[in-house]
Write a protein that binds this ligand. Structure first.
Ligand code: NDP
Length: 688
């Protein structure tokens, strides 16, 4: 049985601080499996300009006042709170036609994505409100005028217009990077499954974790909202290419150069390598993956495999294996025991998919399944939007234009035989830009040719192989840390990609000025900015330490004995340290040189303060470069400067980055690097 029927409800929008009904009842949204009405959706009468303004005024300043770590903490709290409520979301998710595994991708996949952004934000971003981009650019010989690129959050709102297929993930994967960037969101779910998104937003608002206005929801049409977007707003869209193009060319979006990210139809391909003949692990993995991609979410995934590109010699074996596997896909009520695939989201979608299959049939023949006959394990074929998997084959794939143009957004794929690898990559490229393609092979030459051949046409390429079979996340799974989006037909957009996705909601600006002024903007010490000397900075807790606190050490002469001792002690007897003749023959050295790691070790010996104190640990170095050779008799000196301070939330310590510069007796820079330490927030620690 599907979830017990309960009276349909009228969906509300959460706008301007309250839950609001549309002026009319609006159309009914039907349970995908039973046809029972679930909800009514309407947004007429809402003041959409006020919605945007509320986000900008009420939430924007509050979010921007928080640091990246504060926002990451907020996302973590929210993700954990949602995870605790997941069963309620699953119950509602069944009504969209999603089975429990489908719902897992949508619900726990979405919450997991939010938690990943929280964790990456905490680890990869500074605990500040501004991001730096790249190194300081020197613009004057005396370093009195330099430049630093920075990212700062847009001061508008991000409008996320989502597709019906992932009502939870589709929202969370977009609002997580947006909120981490410090930008409020307006979410517009696709009407068909908006009841699930509405439920999740209701629970989010109830937690009270987000500042008011950080998340607003529009259930129903967005009315004239797009007329009011400005250059400080961003619009993202997931759905059909037709709607996407229409919105992208909206006059206000064009006139105000509004950032517009589009993720639209994509004819993703999977390529079976010529080496992956029947009987190899790659052949079996390929069969499994194609069948899984066709049937998971009933093929209603933007990343699903639509084109199955395989060696002509393997076509018969592949068709038989896929026919067998697809034939075992139990279609039925999403929450019934034994169901492997649920219905499509609506009758309209099923009609649409059947129409698209007919278009494909003009150039391809059906080799498995029947679009017009429904075979069910449970449920009522007359009531639900059911469709068994359909596999087609286009024997002349280069002449089958429709296969490379028509997206049947359901459990449908087409086999395309190739005669050589060049044809295989050419066929993949005929999709004119896709979100993802995969290649299944155990041959390194095949991988190189295919990946380099198709990469410019894709946002992601997955290599299927026996070595990664156990751990692979699969063809169809976008991941928080990886870019999701594709060029050309796929919309030309890019989402997620870890912290890249956060920067989509920030403006990059080149800031020029004197170093001390640049440092004031970024909160980061740079060469030429103010420094202070006095107490050894390793004696200072985070409460006392300041950017620019500096230590200039005593000097130490490097001797032949030091180098001999280090070489024997460590076993590093590389000729440049040990053999004068060989060192002189080296184009970089005039004589034997000291080991780089000896220099770094001597530097530590010069700058550390040995007694127990607030510096708790040294957890690494960044960007270590040895710039000038050190010869016997050279004298080393270190200048250590506090560069960046990141107090850690909910902890007694934080991270401190120190600029470490080692010079010789001539003032030449011998080595340059960042020392990374953990430092106590207060010292001595407060008892209890
Ligand atoms: P649509 O493009 O019709 O809708 C996508 C989103 O845009 C929905 O939220 C929709 O809202 C909204 N929308 C539609 N018209 C406007 C408008 N004029 N102004 C503002 N927002 C608008 O796609 P569907 O969800 O109906 O799916 C249709 C087809 O798109 C599928 O069959 C499939 O081929 C493709 N698709 C592709 C996806 C991908 O990621 N590649 C994902 C989903 C669909 P509302 O629902 O209220 O109309």
């Amino acid at each position: 049985m599907n979830a017990p029927a309960r009276p349909p409800r009228r969906l509300e929008s959460y706008v301007c601080g309250s839950w609001t009904l549309g002026a009319k009842e609006g159309p009914a949204l039907l349970d995908a499996a039973t046809g029972d009405p679930v909800a009514y959706v309407d947004s007429s009468g809402l003041d959409f300009a006020a919605v945007l303004e509320h986000g900008r005024r009420a939430a924007g300043p509050k979010l921007r006042a928080m640091s990246f770590h504060d926002r990451a903490g907020m996302l973590k709290a929210l993700g954990l709170a949602l995870m605790a409520m997941k069963e309620e979301f699953y119950a509602e998710s069944f009504r969209t036609g999603a089975t429990r595994p489908d719902g897992w991708v949508d619900i726990e996949g979405g919450i997991g994505t939010m938690l990943t952004f929280a964790s990456k934000g905490r680890r990869e971003l500074p605990n500040s409100r501004v991001l730096t981009d790249g190194d300081v650019e020197l613009l004057s010989k005396d370093n009195s005028f330099s430049a630093q690129h920075i990212y700062s959050p847009l001061q508008g709102v991000a409008v996320h217009i989502n597709a019906y297929n992932f009502p939870v993930w589709g929202m969370l994967e977009k609002i997580a990077p947006t909120l981490l960037a410090g930008v409020p969101c307006v979410v517009k779910p696709a009407s068909q499954t908006a009841y699930l998104t509405e439920l999740v937003v209701r629970r989010i608002i109830e937690t009270g974790i987000l500042p008011e206005g950080a998340l607003q929801l529009i259930c129903g049409s967005v009315g004239d909202l797009l007329d009011h977007v400005t250059g400080q707003d961003a619009v993202t869209f997931t759905g059909s290419a037709w709607t996407g193009r229409k919105l992208k060319s909206h006059p206000a979006i064009v006139a105000n150069s509004v950032r517009f990210t589009m993720e639209a139809d994509s004819l993703n391909a999977a390529i079976l390598g010529p080496d992956a003949v029947a009987g190899t692990p790659e052949f079996d993995l390929f069969v499994k993956e194609v069948a899984r991609e066709m049937t998971s979410k009933a093929g209603q995934k933007c990343t699903a495999i639509r084109r199955v590109i395989a060696p002509r010699a393997q076509l018969e074996a592949l068709t038989a294996a896929l026919r067998d596997r697809l034939g075992k896909t139990a279609l039925g009520l999403p929450d019934a025991e034994g169901t492997r695939m649920g219905p499509l989201a609506s009758y309209e979608q099923r009609n649409e998919v059947r129409d698209r299959i007919r278009e494909l049939q003009a150039v391809a023949e059906i080799v498995a399944g029947d679009p017009d006959a429904v075979t069910l394990r449970s449920g009522d074929a007359a009531k639900g939007a059911y469709l068994n998997p359909v596999l087609l084959c286009a024997d002349r794939p280069f002449a089958a234009a429709a296969v490379h143009e028509v997206e049947a957004f359901g459990p449908v794929a087409t086999l395309l035989p190739y005669d050589d690898l060049g044809e295989a990559t050419e066929l993949a490229r005929m999709g004119k830009g896709s979100l993802v393609s995969s290649v299944f092979t155990d041959d390194k030459r095949v991988v190189e040719e295919v990946v380099l051949g198709v990469a410019p046409f894709h946002g992601r390429v997955m290599i299927g192989n026996r070595l990664s079979a156990k751990s692979s996340t699969g063809h169809g799974s976008p991941l928080a840390g990886l870019v999701h989006g594709g060029p050309g037909r796929a919309g030309g957009g890019e989402e997620m990609g870890g912290m890249r996705g956060v920067r989509h909601y920030m403006q990059r600006t080149a800031v020029q000025g004197a170093p001390r002024m640049l440092s004031a903007v970024t909160g980061r010490w740079i060469e030429g900015a103010d420094t202070q000397q006095g107490v050894h900075p390793f004696r200072k807790s985070l409460a006392e330490l300041q950017i620019g606190d500096q230590l200039v050490t005593a000097t130490r002469v490097v001797t032949l004995e030091d180098v001999e001792h280090f070489a024997q002690f460590t076993g590093d007897t590389f000729y440049a340290h040990m053999d004068a003749e060989a060192a002189k023959a080296n184009p970089f050295f005039d004589d034997r040189v000291a080991h780089g790691y000896l220099i770094a070790s001597f530097a530590a010996g010069l700058f550390v303060e040995p007694n127990p104190g607030p510096v708790l640990a040294n957890y690494g170095v960044d960007n270590l470069r040895f710039l000038t050779p050190v010869y016997f008799g050279d004298s080393l000196q270190v200048r250590l400067t506090c560069k960046e301070i990141n107090p850690r939330a909910n902890a007694e310590h934080g991270e401190v980055r120190w600029d470490s510069q080692i010079t010789n007796q001539h003032g030449a820079v011998v080595a340059q690097y960042d020392v990374l330490t953990m430092v106590a927030k207060v010292w001595p620690p407060v008892a209890g």
